[in-house]
Design a protein around this ligand. Structure first.
Ligand code: GLN
Length: 452
């Protein structure tokens, strides 16, 4: 079939079903069909690459030229990016077709997709449940068959946790593997874009196109990009899997633990051995993250001042009034909370006690992983302590933050992680999280692929 037929298929499904899930903020139907036709012409000329003509969806945090890029916020509801993010540019060059922009927690702050200005996303497995967040729209769109794959971003779990909740595969690459240029910044030292798809193989194909150094992102790493599909079939005999003790403790739902342990048993049957390891600073990851991420966010979000772009209040009295009211009107509650926390921890007199201390803890957390990878090839555990929870169930922000207990240390350490569907508990998908050393994506994808 042609790319036009394929694109039409997904656009029709979005049209028919997305009112149930609210996974898209913007659908770019006509533009998508034009792109599909171009891909078909290329194919007829024998010039098509493997991703040519493949439809995709982008979390609405990736800048897309002339298409609204809202970041899930009223602040950017009227913002059309004047350029493409580097990863969008690369995927467009590979011939992919952009179906549209997916819903997300406002400025990627959240674990349930409930902080979006455009309303919550619902989990396709059970619409009373959240899809996870912040890349909840991408996860739901892929799970519901509204897009074959999507891009997400992961600052503290936002690719892996929604992938787990929606029963799909999501990869957070090593910090620096994928360019952040044109990806709206939340916490710049933690943010990383990555693929969300129905299999590790699809993630590998997407990462092939996305990865690599970008002169526009000084934190992107200049290191050769392997063909991530090459080693998918490598046998796992002799693989050493570490099970971090701290990832199987209090707070982990029994049903999630059972599904994860069953998945690990499958690896043992494939010739892997399992070793008990410890990541002793795990308990400090949530507090360290919720100092560092809001601190960086408070600085990054200071650019939304009502002057250069985004929402502007009516009839400002003076400049200060313009700043204050524009921001007060257009930021949601969670975003304001983070800005307040971040501004506080960065302020004189508090900086050493909070921000500096959190950075020191971050170093220790990173060292935990480096020590573990001296002994084992990969680490395995749950992606989240529970399966998808009900909408409105976590009104207390701290309860919501605790959702991130198994994901955020990975961002603090900068290592890659993937969540792979590992069965169900009471009808809800469970995600197995697999972690590897820096730049170990090819191996993670291989390990994920062998299970699938
Ligand atoms: N839930 C975490 C937060 O709210 C992580 C979000 C993310 O990875 N973007 O900050």
């Amino acid at each position: 079939f042609s790319s036009r037929e394929l694109t039409q298929h997904f656009l029709e499904r979005i049209e028919k079903y997305d009112s149930r899930f609210n996974s898209f903020i913007t659908v770019t139907g006509e533009r998508a069909l034009t792109r599909a036709d171009a891909a078909d012409t290329q194919r007829a000329a024998g010039q098509a690459g493997i991703l040519s003509g493949v439809p995709l969806a982008y979390k609405d945090i990736f800048c897309t030229e002339d298409i609204r890029t809202s970041c899930g916020s009223k602040m950017l509801d009227n913002f059309k990016a004047p350029y493409n993010a580097t990863v969008v540019e690369k995927l467009e060059l590979a011939g992919t077709v952009n179906l549209g922009k997916t819903n997300m927690d406002e400025f990627a702050m959240g674990s349930s997709n409930e902080t979006s200005f455009y309303g919550p996303v619902r989990n396709p497995w059970n619409t009373d449940l959240v899809p996870g967040g912040s890349s909840g729209g991408s996860a739901a769109a892929v799970a519901a068959g509204l897009a074959p794959a999507a891009l997400g971003t992961d600052t503290g779990g936002s690719i892996r946790q929604p992938a787990a909740f929606c029963g799909i595969t999501g990869l957070k690459p090593t910090y620096g593997r994928v360019s952040r240029y044109g990806m709206i910044a939340y916490a710049s030292s933690l943010d990383q874009g990555g693929p969300m798809a129905r299999s590790a193989e699809d993630c590998a194909l997407l990462l092939n196109a996305m990865a690599g150094h970008d002169p526009r992102d000084s934190t992107s790493v200049s290191r050769a990009v392997p063909d991530y599909t090459q080693s998918l079939d490598a046998p796992l005999k002799g693989l050493k899997i570490g099970l971090p003790r701290e990832y199987f403790g209090d707070g982990l739902d029994e049903g999630v633990e059972r599904a994860v342990r069953e998945a690990i048993a499958v690896y043992e049957s494939l010739g892997a051995s399992v070793i008990d390891v410890s990541l002793p600073h795990t308990q400090h990851a949530v507090p360290a993250y919720y100092v560092i991420a809001p601190a960086e966010a408070s600085s990054n979000l200071s650019r939304y001042d009502g002057v250069r772009f985004g929402h502007r209040c009516d009839d400002p009295q003076d400049l200060m009034d313009l700043y204050k009211r524009s921001r007060a009107e257009a930021f949601g509650e969670e975003v304001k909370r983070r800005i307040l926390i971040g501004t506080h921890t960065l302020s004189e007199g508090f900086f050493d006690a909070y921000y500096k201390k959190a950075q020191q803890v971050r170093r220790l957390i990173r060292q935990d992983f480096l020590d573990a990878f001296e002994k084992v090839d990969v680490l395995m555990g749950p992606a989240a302590p529970t399966t998808a929870f009900a909408l409105g169930n976590k009104a207390d922000p701290v309860q919501m933050y605790l959702q991130d207990i198994y994901t955020i240390a990975i961002n603090l350490a900068g290592i890659p992680g993937i969540s792979v569907p590992a069965g169900f508990h009471e009808g809800s998908p469970v995600g197995l999280q697999i972690l590897g050393p820096h730049f170990g994506e090819a191996h993670l994808l291989n390990v994920a692929h062998q299970y699938q």
